[in-house]
Structure formats: structure tokens, C-alpha cells
Design a protein around this ligand. Structure first.
Ligand code: NAD
Length: 501
């Protein structure tokens, strides 16, 4: 561990368990065993606050992946897993949720260090939100139902449907919500009765390794959950085309998601794709400006803007245009940019050298395109990947900073005059993950909801998520849903049963 990372931990009341975990040689969890990569290759985990080494973990090869997928299939086919009663699966999931809750501080510290996310958000949103998701899905196994149908064939028949788990799930998650996205996949898959192999992003694998220890401690059968760490271009690619994978659940970029979908379809595997976004916020002149400002804090500046549903393009009705710009930029100027483990930090660094370079590039593109830089726009400090929250005004929909997903703390604002124009501007984008409308006129807000093409539309807020509500995009933002009964359904298949009496 680099000395700067050690000081980062020690100066911020880090728990002994966190230091203990980070000083162990980290391994993958396959078939109930802790293993190194067959090749013995390892990947380095970096603290984005200093671009300095935290630790290393295994870089799996296809041999390791195949072992994990075969283990998951054996467990799926085993009598122990098949005969586990719904309430027993619920009990196991609740036990795991309790363990995650018990280890919440350690998990939040690991996540904050590894992903550069501000610790307060990690604790309150990433980890606490994951416990909620586990508990929500823990309630499902005993409520998965088929239906008895009234067939019209003469004679005595009982005809029904039963729901069965699809098989082994290959789950791939990104680096911006490492723990949270892993739990979204894990909880629904296990509740449905599937087994899974999960691959975290190579930038952020540490909280997944800690989680696997909790899965083991909770007493899940060997092979029910397998954790493979490594490079997406190698094992991610192989995972989605493996013949024993029955369902691919992927969250990541649209570019990779399209490749993943194409490969999985070769085996007719079920696929869910949760992809990129460029979500509009539409602000009418009768909006509550304080709510608009609060919403930008929880969407485009939370996690340094590395949020798929970030409201990163904003349309404001002309009468309140300058007032909204002023309110947002003065709030962003008061934000504390700092070390991820410091409790008073509002915004930590972005994840990596390439992401840092990409965002800086987009800020200069915005200036070259003629947008007005209202606040931010600079990097912060010499170490790590810190960028100021940045607000551009006077943008238009032809600009790249408005059209493309920047995945950084950059907000692009432009004015509009009429409701019709606002809807047209909001829909004028390849993505359709989410959107928000701010107005005190509920009839107008409802008219907008019906016309905006996005998987989620919030009114007078942005980026609210709950385990009972499906989350997923339209257009180039994806296919299928995570969360809610809709997600559970995607891990099930329907069998028709016909009995002649
Ligand atoms: P990414 O597509 O580069 O990587 C995502 C995952 O795919 C990683 O685990 C990566 O290792 C793996 N991967 C890379 N190449 C692969 C391949 N050829 N085959 C299989 N797997 C491969 O995305 P990222 O940069 O990690 O994450 C950011 C993106 O994720 C953004 O576009 C963001 O909008 C999106 N995202 C979407 C949601 C949602 O719910 N819609 C949530 C979070 C993030």
C-alpha cells in the first residue's frame, strides 16, 4: 500500500477491519473456495485521490471463469439448491442483509477509498440502499406465483403456469456504483432461484471481494455466488458468450452493452442491458428553484457526476433562466471538494486518469463550442483526479456537451420558451434513461410525463430510486429493468402445465 493511501486511511478514523482487509492478499470466490487466478496475474487497485496503489487482486483468465460458471451450474442443478424452500432462501437473504448492515462502515470505507466516492454518500446511499434492496428481494421467494387458466377445450382439465429460475446468471457491473449495482444483480437473481457469477469492474473490485466474505459467512451453498475479478475485455467478453450462461445482466456503457447483447443472443441467453444516459431536467417558470438546485446536487454533482441518470442537460424557461443559473452556480461554488474518506467532503475525485482526461477534454470542447462557462471548469490540486463542479450556460442541442454522456461533474443549461419546445428538446437525444420536470402545475407536469421518452420521469425531484420501482432505460439506454417485480420476472421463465383429470 502506498504511504499516501495509508495516511488517507489513518487520518480519517478508518476501522481496524478495513485496514485488516486491505492488508490481506485478496482472492476470488469460486465454488465456495478462495482462489488466485490460474495465471497468478494480478491487477492493482488505485486510490483516485492520489492515483496511488491500495492493493492488488487476481486477474482471472478463461480457465478461472469456466470453473466459476461450471460451479454455478452444478449448484443450480443440485438437489440442495433445487429443494431449498422459498422461506429458507428468504432467511438466508435476510441473514446476508443483516451482515451487510453490520459491516456497513467497513464497506463504505472500502468503497470510498477504491472508487473515490465521498464517504457520506457511500454510507447513506450505496451501502444503506443496498441493504434495502437485499431486504426487498428477500421477501420475494415465497411470493413467486404462476396462474391457473380457464381453458376452452371440452373435458376436465387443470391448466396452469409455473415460474422457474432461468439458470446461471452472468452479471457484469460498472465502477460508478460498484457495490450497489452488484447487489441489484445479486438480490433479484438469488430471489428468483438462480445462481450467479459476478464480474465487478476492474477499477473497483474491492467491495465485491469483501461482500463475498459475507456471502460465505451467511451460509450460502458453495457455487451459488461466484466472484471473478479481471478485465472486461477478456473475461467479461468470454462470460457473455459462455454456453452455460442462461441470463446476462449487464450494467455499463452503451457501446459495450450493444456488443454484450449481440454476443449473448448467439446462445439465446436472456439479456438485460442497463446502459448510458444524458438525462434532461426541464424547469418551468413556476418551479420551486430550491428544489431544482437540490436536485442538481443529488444527480449531476453526486459522485462527481459519474451517475448514469445524471440530469446533465437542463432546459430552463426564459423568465427564470438567469435566476436558476445563479442559484445553481453559487451552490456548486460552496461545495467542498476533498478526500473521499473525509466526512465533510461533498465531492471526491473522478475514477481514473482516462476519465479525468475525458472530462477535461469535454470542458474545453464546451468552451470551443461557444457555451458560457459560468462556474468551475478547473482541475483541483496536484494529486489525484479532482475536477470542480462545472456549469455551462447558453448551450444548444447541437453541442457535444449536450448530446454526449460526459460522466463527470458538468451541467449544460439552455433556455426555452414553450412547453412544446421543452419536450422536443428533452426528447432530442439518443438516450432515454431518465428525465425530470419541475413545475408547480401538476397538469402540465403530467402532460410532459406522457410525452417524454425515458424509463423514469421524476416530477420536482431527480434521481430518486427505490427497490420496489423498476429502473431502466428506453432508446440507447438499454433493454429491460432492474429493481421491482419487473426485474425479478427477468430471472424467471414460464412453464405451462396441463393436466387432464
Ligand atoms: P463499461 O461498459 O466500460 O464497463 C462496464 C463493465 O463491462 C465493466 O465491468 C467492464 O469490465 C465490463 N466490460 C468491458 N468490456 C467488456 C466486454 N467486451 N464484454 C463484457 N464486459 C465488458 O462501462 P463503465 O465505464 O464501467 O461504466 C460507465 C457506464 O455505465 C456509463 O455509460 C453509465 O451511464 C453506465 N451505467 C448505467 C447504469 C444504468 O442503470 N443504466 C448504471 C450505472 C452505470
Amino acid at each position: 500500500m502506498d504511504s499516501k493511501v495509508l495516511s488517507h486511511l489513518q487520518d480519517n478514523n478508518t476501522q481496524p477491519q478495513t485496514l485488516d482487509f486491505l492488508s490481506q492478499p485478496l482472492q476470488m470466490y469460486v465454488d465456495g473456495q478462495w482462489i488466485n487466478a490460474h495465471s497468478n496475474e494480478r491487477i492493482t487497485a488505485y486510490d483516485p485521490c492520489f492515483n496511488a496503489e491500495i492493493t492488488t487482486f487476481p486477474s482471472a483468465s478463461s480457465i478461472d471463469l469456466d470453473k466459476a460458471i461450471c460451479a454455478a451450474r452444478r449448484t443450480f442443478d443440485s438437489k440442495e439448491w433445487r429443494d431449498m424452500l422459498p422461506l429458507q432462501r428468504e432467511t438466508l437473504m435476510h441473514k446476508l442483509a443483516g451482515l451487510v448492515e453490520q459491516h456497513a462502515d467497513t464497506l463504505a470505507q472500502i468503497e470510498a477509498l477504491d472508487a473515490g466516492k465521498a464517504i457520506a454518500g457511500c454510507r447513506d446511499v450505496d451501502i444503506a440502499g443496498s441493504v434495502d434492496v437485499l431486504r426487498y428481494f428477500a421477501g420475494w421467494p415465497s411470493k413467486i406465483e404462476g396462474a391457473v387458466r380457464p381453458v376452452s377445450i371440452p373435458g376436465e382439465h387443470v391448466a396452469m403456469t409455473v415460474k422457474e429460475p432461468v439458470g446461471v446468471v452472468g452479471a457484469i457491473v460498472p465502477w460508478n456504483w460498484p457495490f450497489n449495482m452488484m447487489i441489484w444483480k445479486f438480490a433479484a437473481a438469488i430471489a428468483a432461484g438462480c445462481t450467479l457469477v459476478l464480474k465487478p469492474a476492474q477499477q473497483t473490485s474491492l467491495s465485491a471481494i469483501y461482500f463475498a466474505k459475507l456471502v460465505e459467512q451467511a451460509g450460502f451453498p458453495a457455487g451459488a455466488f461466484n466472484l471473478i475479478t479481471g478485465k472486461g475485455s477478456v473475461i467479461g467478453n468470454e462470460m457473455v458468450s459462455h454456453p452455460l450462461i442462461s441470463k446476462v445482466s449487464f450494467t455499463g456503457s452503451t457501446e459495450i452493452g450493444k456488443q454484450v447483447g449481440a454476443m449473448a443472443s448467439q446462445n439465446l441467453a436472456h439479456v438485460t442491458l442497463e446502459l448510458g444516459g444524458k438525462s434532461p431536467m426541464v424547469v418551468f417558470e413556476d418551479a420551486d428553484i430550491e428544489r431544482v438546485v437540490a436536485a442538481t446536487q443529488q444527480s449531476v454533482f453526486f459522485n462527481s457526476g459519474q451517475v448514469c441518470s445524471a440530469g446533465s442537460r437542463m432546459y430552463v424557461q426564459r423568465k427564470i433562466y438567469e435566476e436558476v443559473i445563479e442559484a445553481i452556480s453559487s451552490k456548486t461554488q460552496a461545495m467542498k471538494i476533498g478526500l473521499s474518506l473525509d466526512d465533510s467532503t461533498d465531492m471526491g475525485p473522478v475514477i481514473s486518469t482516462s476519465q479525468y482526461a475525458n472530462i477535461i477534454d469535454y470542458i474545453s470542447i464546451g468552451q470551443r463550442e461557444g457555451a458560457r462557462l459560468v462556474s468551475g471548469g478547473q482541475t483541483v490540486g496536484d494529486d489525484g483526479f479532482f475536477i470542480q463542479p462545472t456549469v455551462f450556460a447558453d448551450c444548444n442541442n447541437t453541442m457535444r456537451i449536450v448530446r454526449e454522456e460526459i460522466f463527470g461533474p458538468v451541467l449544460a443549461i439552455q433556455p426555452f420558451d414553450t412547453e412544446e419546445e421543452a419536450i422536443q428538446l428533452a426528447n432530442d437525444n439518443e438516450y432515454g434513461l431518465a428525465a425530470s420536470v419541475f413545475s408547480s402545475d401538476t397538469s402540465r407536469a403530467w402532460r410532459c410525463v406522457k410525452q417524454i421518452k425515458a424509463g423514469t420521469v421524476w416530477i420536482n425531484t431527480h434521481d430518486m430510486v427505490d427497490p420496489c420501482l423498476p429502473f431502466g432505460g428506453f432508446k440507447n439506454s438499454g433493454l429491460g429493468k432492474d429493481l421491482g417485480p419487473e426485474q425479478l420476472e427477468q430471472f424467471l421463465q414460464t412453464k405451462t402445465v396441463w393436466l387432464e383429470v
